[in-house]
Design a protein around this ligand. Structure first.
Ligand code: FO1
Length: 346
């Protein structure tokens, strides 16, 4: 197990391959709960202020899907590619400089192309699927892929057991997450959702220890319903977080009543949560000690504290990796009681 105590750390050159280095003298052990794009951007900032080897990300696998006989893990891949500096920043998912020859050829054959897999990206799914078929676990394959791509943040799938997010649409059937998100461009109202397999899933190896041992646990600005929700549904994870509540710091993915990207605001409203920072505070109150909200929502700070959640107000939009690094520093301060200052972030 890794020590929760602070260690002196003096490396001058750190950061993941795609990042720029910055130096701090203390090396806290950080665990982040991660979905896709928002989490990847925050983690890219975090590894500018903390040695990547001191960071563990527990990643949602509820979005995983099987297509063309391949096992696809979108959130694991988004985080991996971003930390490797290989991601397509504008699109948010997949690899930069991607080509689509396989999809074009598949289209000619009348194959399924609604979920677009780039030529280079396909290698990741081929590798993962082949390794899983020979008995490797998702955790083992993830460690192999991250090592091959030079990512030294420890990425842990939330579970090696299959957990799949399914949504029942108001106007129609129950669909898989990717059928909802990509197939229907999340432009359809949702009545309910469930995390198939979660009840019997076990947390991935190292997941509970990473939460228990972290100096600070960060809940990334990911969708509370379909990115953080599946993690909480895996037995043991919510309890492990609640046990560390005062060191758990979340960043609200809702800013001024809307999500920056994706359907978080609509899903919250459809499933009975107020789509505001206060709604996020209420949804997280059992396991989050501090919620960081954007400057624009400052007027809600009191209402958040009335939920028993400490509130820090700061700029949270990650326009660039530098902004992400600034936000990451603030989260580390907010999660460490000795360095914490309630109220306005620096
Ligand atoms: N998102 C899309 O909007 N369209 C796609 O065709 C698509 C393909 C895709 C392939 C691999 C991968 O890892 C991710 C992909 N995504 C695509 C993104 C992904 O489905 C979602 O952004 C996440 O699941 C939500 O976090």
């Amino acid at each position: 197990m890794r020590s929760r105590s602070r260690r002196h750390w003096s490396s001058l050159a750190h950061g993941e391959p795609g990042g720029r280095a910055r130096t701090i003298s203390l090396a806290p052990v950080i665990t982040a709960l991660a979905g896709g794009v928002g989490a990847a951007r925050l983690l890219r900032g975090l590894v500018r202020v903390v040695a990547p080897t001191e960071v563990t990300a527990v990643v949602n696998t509820g979005d995983d899907t099987e297509l063309h006989g391949l096992h696809i893990s979108p959130d694991l891949d988004t985080v991996t590619y971003t930390l490797a500096g290989l991601n397509d920043d504008e699109r948010g998912w997949g690899l930069a400089g991607e080509t689509w020859s396989v999809m074009e050829s598949l289209e000619r054959l009348g194959g399924e192309t609604w979920f677009r897999l780039g030529d280079q990206d396909l290698a990741t799914h081929l590798y993962r699927t082949q390794r899983l078929s020979t008995g490797a676990t998702l955790s083992q394959v993830t460690a192999e892929i991250t090592a091959a791509l030079g990512v030294s943040v420890r990425l842990l799938p939330m579970s090696d057991d299959p957990v799949r997010t399914h949504l029942t649409l108001v106007a129609g059937p129950e669909v898989s997450f990717q059928e909802y998100f990509v197939g229907r461009r999340h432009a359809v109202a949702v009545e309910s959702l469930r995390f198939v397999g979660a009840q019997t899933a076990r947390p991935g190896p190292g997941v509970l220890g990473a939460i228990a041992d972290a100096e600070v646990v960060v809940v990334c600005p990911s969708n509370p319903i379909v990115s953080i929700g599946p993690l909480l549904a895996v037995p043991g994870i919510a309890d492990a977080l609640a046990a560390r509540r005062s060191e758990v710091v979340a960043v609200s993915p809702i800013i001024a009543g809307a999500a920056l990207k994706g359907p978080a605001d609509r899903l919250m409203a459809e499933l009975g949560h107020e789509p505001t920072v206060v709604g996020v505070a209420r949804a997280y109150a059992n396991f989050v000690g501090t919620l960081v909200i954007d400057d624009i929502d400052a007027a809600s700070a009191e209402a958040i504290e009335a939920c028993g959640v400490r509130c820090v107000v700061a700029p949270t939009i990650m326009h660039s990796p530098d902004h992400a690094a600034t936000l990451a520093s603030l989260l580390l301060d907010a999660g460490r009681p000795s360095g914490a200052t309630s109220g306005r972030g620096r």
